[in-house]
Design a protein around this ligand. Structure first.
Ligand code: FCB
Length: 453
């Protein structure tokens, strides 16, 4: 197939999922309870009070899922490991059945010619560790390092791409300050402590993984949003800078050796009357351990309005911008282009993978079983194009993982939001390729595509 937007040779095309969102089998074979089990089993946290108890039943259907991946031609698959499947109490006794599950999955992927990219933490903390204080407590960072050791020791001969954490902002701020994700806290100081311990656990785990998995690439995935001031007012601009700082710079600055950004330290300091006493000597050196790549999750732009300011412009938020079905998730591919350039020029990661990008659209099967999700294809096409433009600028982008391989449990939004390139019927658990998956197969086969005008 000839394409007029061709990616560099060796560019990796993949798709991503996470354990809690697809596996189900929430207490099979010795798995311990996670904070997401507890959170979803408590009514009022998820829009439709749904849970991940069964989800896509991937735990039982993974061979079929690997076949589907192969039929699309995926070169890599990013999935996460459920910590409480491996260490039901968070630390200590290993559940061999949990390790065996992932070991079989890895073997199945390799046999299908698909490279596994393993995320160690995509939010399903063992509840037992939550009971001891969770991420706001430093002990959780120690426990994570032990867990990373166990997993990389058992899979490190075959897995050569490791992501320590998925989206530390979500683990800390969204879950501990904004209360939207498990454990559902609303405590800014706890959230900032959680953020520090997540980063610290990353720094401690990287050398452990490297020692167990010779020749592997190790990195971390951050989520970034483009932030734009709603107006030129001083208040909006100030607030935008804070949003960019708490969301984007806080994590990247620490990881790339700049400590925490001074303006955001000031911003958080009223929450710490006794200072940032949770930061200990050596922490920043650990956090800024060199990594092999930066994983980037990008979905949307946020237009920032300081609603408290009296000197502000009228309260318009551009209501007509094109959006996906995730409430307020605008379609803004330029944001990905700008972000990749910014990360490259400001932080110089040796390599970048887009570890998540995709869109929620609910298009389902017609009478013939076809799923015409043209809007998802257009979303992906525009973001692939933005990625290609960034590569032309010299950004060392090495791969792109579409979120998501299949429709799944979208956290507090339940099953209403469908991000998959594969449709999942939640009554029968039947899977069907959407048009976007078929188009993606051709993109992968041609290592590029001809944009539709
Ligand atoms: C990201 C998460 C992923 C999925 C997408 C839509 O923040 O990493 O699990 O929910 O958003």
């Amino acid at each position: 197939m000839s394409t007029n937007l061709t990616f560099p040779a060796g560019f990796i095309w993949g798709a991503a999922t996470s354990s809690y969102q697809i596996e189900g089998a929430w207490k099979d074979d010795g798995k311990g309870e996670s904070i997401w089990d507890r959170f979803t089993h408590t009514p009022g946290h998820v829009i439709d009070n749904s849970t991940g108890d069964v989800a896509c039943d991937h735990y039982h259907r993974w061979p079929e899922d690997v076949k589907l991946m192969k039929s699309i031609g995926l070169q890599a698959y990013r999935f996460s490991i459920s910590w409480p499947r491996i260490l039901p109490a968070g630390r200590g006794a290993i559940n061999q059945a949990g390790l065996d599950f992932y070991s079989r999955l890895v073997d199945g992927l390799l046999a299908a010619g698909i490279t596994p990219f393993v995320t160690l933490y995509h939010w399903d903390l063992p509840q037992a560790l939550q009971d001891l204080g969770g991420w706001p407590s430093r002990g959780t960072a120690e426990a994570f390092t032990e867990y990373a050791d166990v997993v990389s020791r058992h899979l490190g001969d075959r897995v050569k791409h490791w992501i320590t954490h998925n989206e530390p902002w979500c683990v800390s701020i969204l879950s501990h300050q904004l209360g939207e994700h498990a454990p559902g806290w609303r405590d800014t100081a706890a959230a900032v402590r959680a953020a520090h311990h997540v980063l610290l656990s990353h720094g401690w785990a990287v050398p452990v993984i490297r020692a167990n998995s010779a020749g592997s690439e190790v990195g971390i995935t951050l989520n970034f949003e483009a932030k734009l001031a709603a107006s030129g007012s001083t208040a909006d601009i100030r607030k935008t800078r804070i949003e960019d700082g708490t969301f984007n710079r806080w994590f990247a600055d620490a990881l790339y050796g700049r400590h925490y950004p001074a303006d955001i330290v000031d911003y958080y300091s009223p929450h710490f009357p006794h200072g940032f006493d949770f930061i200990q000597p050596g922490d920043f050196e650990a956090i800024s351990v060199p990594t092999d790549f930066l994983g980037v999750n990008y979905y949307t732009r946020v237009i920032v309005r300081d609603t408290d300011a009296i000197d502000n412009d009228p309260q318009t938020l551009f209501p007509d911008l094109p959006q996906t079905e995730m409430p307020n998730w605008e379609i803004f591919p330029e944001g990905l282009y700008n972000l990749l350039n910014r990360l490259h020029f400001e932080y110089r990661p040796p390599r970048i993978y887009i570890t998540e990008n995709g869109a929620s659209f609910s298009d389902g099967p017609d009478e013939s079983g076809r799923i015409a999700d043209a809007r998802r294809r257009a979303y992906l096409e525009s973001h692939f194009t933005a990625a290609h433009d960034a590569i032309r600028n010299g950004v060392p982008l090495a791969g792109f993982f579409v979120w998501s391989l299949m429709d799944n449990f979208e956290w507090a939004k339940g099953y209403d939001q469908r991000f998959g390139i594969i449709w999942v019927d939640y009554n029968t658990r039947q899977r069907l390729l959407k048009d976007s998956a078929i188009w993606y197969r051709d993109v992968i086969a041609g290592n590029g595509f001809s944009p539709r005008l």
